[in-house]
Design a protein around this ligand. Structure first.
Ligand SMILES: Nc1ncnc2c1ncn2[C@@H]1O[C@H](COP(=O)(O)OP(=O)(O)OP(=O)(O)O)[C@@H](O)[C@H]1O
Length: 298
């Protein structure tokens, strides 16, 4: 794609009729989705429904078999500074200090092979200010193994933020953390999302986390029916079966105790997680204005 470089304002990601197969197995079956600047999309679904695959397609790490993924109207192509990713683990290099880990992306994108490994003026200040933002100033010269899991993920977020990727993709970034650290980082991420006006695509197994963090909740599932009927042998890939606009309140977890919030979690569970309950494609509750479904021919 034609990149406008990191830090550019992002307007729209358009996914249309996307199909992804691995061999004869259909993993994603006709995905249609538009994501606009500033949305915080959380993506949930049963194991194996294709969440990480969808993230890899958006990143450009893999290519769809059919359909198109456009970023600013250009084919998503291969990974570029437009899209950054934070994984559950292993985003940090163990032999680099926290500061050097944060600076790594700068070196890789700006340095040439004939240049010595040298920080350019301003980079260190920028990295230190981000480390302050993620509350890791004291840990700047430490190595990843000297940090707790929560600190490592905060460092990984700083590593992604320094690149100013217009779209931040996060694959279970808090999945390995204890509940308190996880909630702490949820609040932290909401705060950064709001202040930096990021566009985030966040995969999680935790429905509470998805309902709490997102401005938009997407449910991807292989448990649905269509005109092919209920035959379990039908090679059914994941589809977006629900798309809910959400109202999140940055900085407050009070919403987690409210009945409406608990009800939403239960309805999401029914919509996509129970193989015994299968909606027909015609009844999907895609009630977000940027969600739509093109018709399949079976
Ligand atoms: N490179 C690959 N080659 C073959 N099959 C793959 C490959 N990557 C994923 N798959 C298969 O595609 C399906 C979807 O995998 P994916 O990891 O995207 O699901 P997921 O929803 O993220 O799962 P989980 O919630 O368990 O992490 C799985 O059946 C998986 O085995």
């Amino acid at each position: 794609m034609t990149s406008t470089g990191s830090g550019a304002a992002f307007k729209k990601l358009e996914i249309t009729d996307v199909v992804k197969n691995y061999g004869s197995k259909c993993v994603l079956d006709d995905i249609d989705l538009h994501v606009s600047h500033g949305e915080f999309c959380t993506l949930v679904g049963p194991s194996g429904c294709g969440k990480s695959t969808l993230l890899r397609l958006i990143l450009g790490q893999e290519q769809a078999n059919q359909g198109s993924i456009l970023v600013e109207g250009q084919p998503a192509g291969f990974p570029d500074p437009y899209r950054g990713i934070v994984f559950q683990r292993y985003s940090l290099f163990p032999h680099l200090s926290v500061l050097d880990n944060v600076l790594l992306g700068k070196h890789l994108t700006h340095q040439r092979w004939w240049m010595p490994w040298r920080r350019q003026s301003g980079w260190k200040e920028e990295a230190m200010s981000l480390l302050e933002r993620v509350r890791l100033t004291e840990a700047a010269e430490k190595y990843p193994h000297e940090l707790s899991g929560g600190m490592q993920q905060r460092a990984a977020i700083a590593q992604a933020l320094i690149m100013k990727h217009p779209v931040l993709l996060m694959d279970e970034p808090f999945g390995a953390l204890d509940p308190d650290t996880r909630e702490d980082l949820q609040i932290f991420l909401l705060d950064i999302w709001e202040k930096e006006q990021l566009t985030i695509f966040f995969v999680t197994h935790d429905l509470e986390e998805a309902c709490f963090l997102g401005s938009r909740l997407l449910v991807l599932s292989q448990y649905y029916t269509d005109d092919r009927g209920n035959d379990p042998d039908v090679n059914r890939g994941g589809k977006i079966v629900a798309d809910h606009p959400l109202k999140n309140i940055a900085g407050s977890t009070v919403i987690k105790d409210q009945m409406e919030f608990r009800d939403l979690i239960e309805s999401v569970r029914r919509e996509g997680f129970n193989p015994e309950i299968r909606q027909h494609v015609d009844t999907f509750n895609l009630n977000h204005p940027d969600s739509f479904r093109t018709l399949n021919e079976y």
